[in-house]
Design a protein around this ligand. Structure first.
Ligand code: PEP
Length: 249
């Protein structure tokens, strides 16, 4: 099945109003390559409204949401608020949140379901640690993570994507060999089809972890890699646009 590639940036805790020019530069490239590749940028919550207003039609996203629709949750932000601010998608289950905020699969699933209920598209992250890979347990751990964090309803090929992000590859400059990426993506594809039937064949499977302009083309050529989730190299248009162009090629 042919799936148009999706390249999403994750700015993490980087970016203030001084960086809105980078958002405009990235959105401009997305407009130029419209129809060849889908592009999204997940900025800090404080920038969502200004970023979205500055680049109408471009997909600005959040990096996390609260699982409840509203309530007494000091400091948290719910899906409806992010949607109202201009977000059109959100990441859930990033390993930095699973680790630093002790988010387990049940929490991640609830967050994905809350996002879909509010009309936000979802990028759900899964990935193994280096110890799990060294122990030969990567496939088992990551497919189990996907099964347990998959929304119980509402996920479609249009509103839902999965990002395979080996934890040891995030921000380290290390990237799995293409054979390992292909093997993992095939296992995740099978898991998606098992859980979602036909729809699972259309869900995009992104790779994330130290993607750069210099390795993007090789990664995008791997079977069942339908795009990328990019951290460090998404912070500037100069670094991110060549990755987007590689996906469009
Ligand atoms: C990420 O954190 O989602 C990520 C892939 O980061 P980096 O590209 O910097 O490894």
């Amino acid at each position: 099945m042919s799936r148009r590639k999706l390249v999403a940036g994750n700015w993490k805790m980087h970016g203030t109003s001084a960086d809105l020019g980078e958002v405009r530069g990235i959105a401009e490239a997305a407009r130029r390559l419209d129809g060849q590749v889908d592009v999204a940028l997940c900025v800090p919550a404080t920038l969502i409204h200004r970023a979205a207003e500055g680049v109408p039609g471009f997909a600005i996203g959040a990096q996390d949401i609260h699982m409840a629709d509203k309530g007494a949750h000091t400091g948290d932000i719910c899906a409806a608020m992010l949607h109202d601010a201009g977000a059109r998608l959100t990441i859930v289950g990033h390993s930095e949140r699973r680790d630093a905020h002790r988010e387990d699969d049940t929490t991640v699933r609830a967050k994905a379901e809350a996002a879909l209920r509010s009309g936000l598209k979802v990028i759900l992250c899964v990935g193994e640690s280096d110890a799990e890979r060294d122990a030969g347990r990567a496939l088992e751990v990551v497919t189990a993570q996907l099964r347990a964090s998959l929304p119980s309803e509402g996920a479609t090929a249009v509103n839902f994507a999965v990002a395979y992000e080996p934890i040891w590859a995030i921000g380290t400059g290390k990237v799995p060999v293409t054979h390992d990426i292909a093997e993992m993506h095939a296992a995740l594809r099978a898991t998606l089809v098992e859980a979602l039937g036909e729809e699972g064949a259309g869900v995009r499977l992104l790779y994330g972890g130290s993607v750069k302009a210099s390795n993007a083309a090789e990664i995008f050529a791997v079977e069942d890699v339908d795009g990328a989730l990019v951290g460090g190299a998404s912070l500037t248009a100069a670094d991110f646009v060549p990755i987007v162009e590689a996906a469009a090629a």
